[in-house]
Design a protein around this ligand. Sequence first.
Ligand SMILES: Nc1ncnc2c1ncn2[C@@H]1O[C@H](COP(=O)(O)OP(=O)(O)OP(=O)(O)O)[C@@H](O)[C@H]1O
Ligand SMILES: [Mg+2]
Length: 347
Amino acid sequence: MTHRDAKPILAGIPLPVMLIDTDYRITLTNPSLLELFGHDPGGMNALTLLRQAPVLAAMDTAIRDGQKGNARFIFNGLSGEVVYEFQASPLTDGSKVTGAVLSFEDRSQAEDSEIIRRDFVANISHELRTPLTGLTGFIETLRTTARNDPDARDRFLEIMENEAHRMNRMVSDLLSLSRVQADERVRPRNLVNVAGVVRSVIATLEGKLKDASVEVATTGLSEEAEVMADRDQLIQLFLNLIENAIKYGGRGKTVHVGLSQVPQDATLRMPAFRIDIRDEGDGIDPLHLPRLTERFYRVDDHRSREMGGTGLGLAIVKHIINRHRGRLKITSNQGVGSCFSVILPAP
Ligand SMILES: Nc1ncnc2c1ncn2[C@@H]1O[C@H](COP(=O)(O)OP(=O)(O)OP(=O)(O)O)[C@@H](O)[C@H]1O
Ligand SMILES: [Mg+2]
């Protein structure tokens, strides 16, 4: 088969592909390759076109040694840097190498998710290490200096218990985050009464409200508002948001929970229900707002840790809302309070 006969075959391949002869001259290209380079490099010398040492070495491996050569090819396109897995496979006629097939596979997405995965593992390790270091330190102290000091022992044991609880919470939050992410693409199929869910969440939080001397004021909760939802996830969603409002709203303050109907949501482009959870806390610096729903993100690391926070609550909230095809809107006025609005499409 001559290189020319391969043209229709190459045209059917979605990857950018070209053929070269033993002089590295480009003899054939396909449409995806034209798209990648923005022009047809047919007839050019591949050494001039590709010019990156690892790529040139991979081509040599194919043409000189008759073996497959691989390399990373970094392409600087209009929309930034794209990483390709470059492969040069020898073409042979009997035992003689007649040229090579060069292909480019876009690896940037795979590399991105690899980076995200690595960061995630690094984050978890870091988050778990802090309480573990604390625990190890206290065990050491209990063995030595605090050995015969019952007061210190009780104090340390209490701190240790808190740290252990926090680690426990982190692990269960991570599990629920991964469960929520796993079925993020599965549409919820039950009609759920939102007001009912919110009312039962508030009832569950009674103890916490009392402990923090926080009142809840509700509006619109008598309304008939049904959405397509996963009831357990909605409970988790409002539990996280109302808990935050209690925690960060401050002692003796009021948390306002309001349900209303939106005839047409501008972003969702459909009728929706909106649940506002508003507190009277210190508010959040606008600087932090875009990152608030990231895993492990805490505005005041120290304060949140002290309250047993893991920084996973809002990440879970975001994924639950995504699954329900809704949106989360956060507004905050420093010194006045914050408002977390959950907007869910009406069925
Ligand atoms: N209502 C609020 N007012 C002020 N800051 C808030 C409010 N809600 C959340 N934040 C900030 O956003 C951060 C992330 O919230 P998130 O719920 O994800 O984590 P957390 O409350 O620290 O821990 P967790 O919910 O896992 O116990 C918090 O640490 C806090 O700094
Ligand atoms: Mg929280």
